[in-house]
Design a protein around this ligand. Structure first.
Ligand SMILES: Cc1cc2nc3c(=O)[nH]c(=O)nc-3n(C[C@H](O)[C@H](O)[C@H](O)COP(=O)(O)O)c2cc1C
Length: 209
């Protein structure tokens, strides 16, 4: 299968088989694909909370308009974006960059100062909007990796953010639940797997100048 076949194979799964669990080796591959996702300035200002506990999935379903995918999927990946940037976030990045690229830390100091000047004065709203955009890139890494492993997924925005944040106790960590991926294996009785894709034509999407 080539990459386009994966995109055609995947669909927003409406009904998961609750008895089929994703092996840990595949979960590790999915995690690595998220870790490798690009982010603005490379700062990776998000956390992903992985839920496999059945009681927790059932509790979260209540805050997700009762969507069955939330409790029936094998795992939930909850992408939580940062709502604030701290000096330590930038210092950690500069340290990581210096170690990873074997560059003396003093040589990266100017870049760190630039990032601090650019980001530390921004409001929580500005930071949240900016970081939330970036978790969707990581989400697409997850979905494509899942498809390549024949794992089904459903991206989910239909949930109550404040209830999720409260349940996950993440406000105090300056995080907010932005988007969820329910992943697992489709139920044979999920009729939506047979639906034709509904997409605009090329000419309605692309303009070539
Ligand atoms: C950001 C985002 C949020 C979505 N939220 C939900 C959701 O809460 N529940 C759901 O069943 N599908 C959700 N979807 C799935 C879309 O409805 C679906 O991807 C779209 O109709 C195209 O169909 P396909 O993914 O099967 O090709 C969401 C998709 C995206 C990208």
């Amino acid at each position: 299968m080539d990459i386009i076949d994966y995109y055609k194979w995947r669909y927003a799964t409406k009904k998961f088989n609750p008895d089929k669990k994703i092996p840990i080796s595949d979960i590790e591959l999915i995690k690595e694909s998220i870790r490798l996702a690009p982010t603005s300035y490379g700062l990776q200002l998000f956390k992903v909370i992985i839920i496999e506990n059945q009681l927790k999935k059932e509790a979260l379903r209540k805050f997700s308009y009762n969507q069955s995918q939330v409790s029936d999927a094998s795992h939930l990946f909850i992408f939580c974006n940062s709502t604030k940037v701290f000096e330590k976030d930038i210092d950690l990045y500069i340290e990581n960059k210096s170690v990873s690229q074997k560059i003396p830390i003093e040589e990266n100091k100017g870049y760190g100062d630039f990032l601090k000047k650019t980001l530390l004065n921004k409001s929580s709203e500005e930071i949240s909007e900016w970081t939330k955009n970036q978790i969707y890139i990581a989400l697409t890494h997850l979905m494509t990796t899942c498809a390549s492993l024949k794992i089904d997924s459903c991206p989910i925005e239909g949930f109550d953010t404040s209830k999720y944040n409260e349940f996950l106790n993440i406000n105090k960590k300056n995080l907010s639940a932005g988007v969820v991926a329910a992943i697992g294996y489709r139920s044979e009785s999920d009729d939506s797997q047979h639906n034709k894709k509904v997409r605009k034509s090329f000419k309605d999407i692309f303009e070539v100048d």
